[in-house]
Design a protein around this ligand. Structure first.
Ligand code: ATP
Ligand code: LTN
Length: 330
């Protein structure tokens, strides 16, 4: 087990999982589970950096676990757990926060975006969010972090923090690399293809648990252009390019194959075809996740076992860190 390289990634249970988070992250998690030792987390502590309704957060954390499983993550191969069940995340975050510059955190684009969106509640937690994320990754000495494009800056900051700590004390942390897929790395909003599909902008967003008729409606209404040619062109045809990326990621076809398939056909044929491909992709996930939500005892056994394994690994790193910074042994 320990010869394999390690992976860590997580998603906040701050909303329902989207087609973006599936194509940008979870799909790769599933693909990597045989080759690596993987930890996949439900980062509930990150979720409270913006206001949450407590009962919804609790429910969504469990739903997210059932959706991780339904997407194909095998609990025997991966460590699946909930961040708040492993107190070492918060403990390491404090230490790392003391090796992180105010200026570095001020440059994070996610902080800038979210503080605009939540202007009445810009908390210290929202600001130090990337430090907690660095702790998530470094606690497990992860080599790779599979995420969508938007998280690259956070993983780079994590490397900087680790590098600085290693230099200031002595080699302690593995430097992680972001693992960003070529296709599906940035799924755009269906109603505004210039902005990222995001669970906090439900307009134009497809959720993993959406019913087939809702998915079809969303795709039929997707914003396109007036040229009526199915062609990949990010600059001039962001809507069609986004739909092509979704279609190719859902079906495994190349862009050239898809362009040839829809050559000479209008958007009236293309858009429902993309919708159908997504319906078929998500149908088994939705059915399995619904079934799993009915089995709370099973879900509890997965997250309890996951947290136990994660705590064991996390404590090893934390003990080293506490010693290096000069804390008296407990
Ligand atoms: P929020 O709107 O609250 O910021 P989100 O919808 O962007 O949330 P996250 O929980 O931040 O979702 O992201 C989960 C994972 O999915 C991350 O690795 C992220 O990079 C990836 N991801 C999210 N949205 C997309 C997208 N539209 N395209 C590709 N990857 C995405
Ligand atoms: N910041 C990420 C979620 C996240 C994460 C992590 C991803 C928290 N901790 C560690 C990878 C590794 C997001 O907003 N999607």
């Amino acid at each position: 087990m320990s010869e394999k390289k390690r992976i860590f990634s997580g998603i906040q249970p701050s909303g329902d999982l989207t087609l973006g988070s599936y194509m940008g992250a979870i799909k790769n998690w599933v693909a990597l589970q045989d080759e690596y030792e993987c930890l996949y987390c439900i980062v509930d502590m990150h979720a409270i950096t913006v206001r949450q309704v407590p009962a919804d957060l609790r429910r969504r954390s469990l739903e997210q676990l059932s959706q991780y499983l339904a997407c194909g993550l095998d609990p025997k191969k991966n460590i699946l757990f909930i961040q708040s069940h492993v107190p070492q995340h918060a403990e390491l975050a404090w230490v790392l926060g003391c090796s992180t510059q105010f200026g570095e955190l001020s440059r994070m684009t996610q902080f800038k975006d979210k503080s605009k969106k939540h202007a009445d509640n810009i908390t210290a937690g929202l600001f130090t969010y990337p430090v907690l994320m660095a702790a998530d990754i470094l606690l497990y000495q992860a080599d790779l972090v599979p995420v969508g494009q938007d998280q690259k800056q956070h993983v780079e900051l994590c490397r900087d923090i680790a590098n600085r700590f290693n230099g200031q004390y002595s080699p302690t942390f593995t430097l992680p690399e972001p693992f960003i897929p070529k296709m599906g790395t940035r799924i755009m909003c269906l109603s505004d293809p210039t902005s990222k599909m995001s669970k906090s902008a439900p307009e134009g967003c497809v959720f993993l648990m959406d019913k087939p008729e809702d998915i079809m409606r969303k795709f039929k209404r997707a914003v396109t252009d007036c040229e009526a040619a199915v062609r990949f062109d990010k600059e001039n045809k962001p809507g069609i390019t986004n739909l092509l990326s979704i279609y190719c990621t859902a079906t495994g076809k190349t862009v050239e194959e898809a362009e040839a398939e829809f050559e000479g056909q209008g958007y009236g044929i293309f858009k429902p075809a993309v919708g159908e491909a997504v319906v078929e992709l998500l149908r088994p996930i939705r059915e399995e996740a619904t079934r799993l939500m009915g089995d709370k005892a099973y879900l509890e056994s997965i997250y309890s076992e996951g947290a136990e394994k994660a705590r064991y690994l996390a404590e090893k790193t934390l003990r080293k860190v506490y010693k290096k910074v000069g804390f008296v042994a407990r």
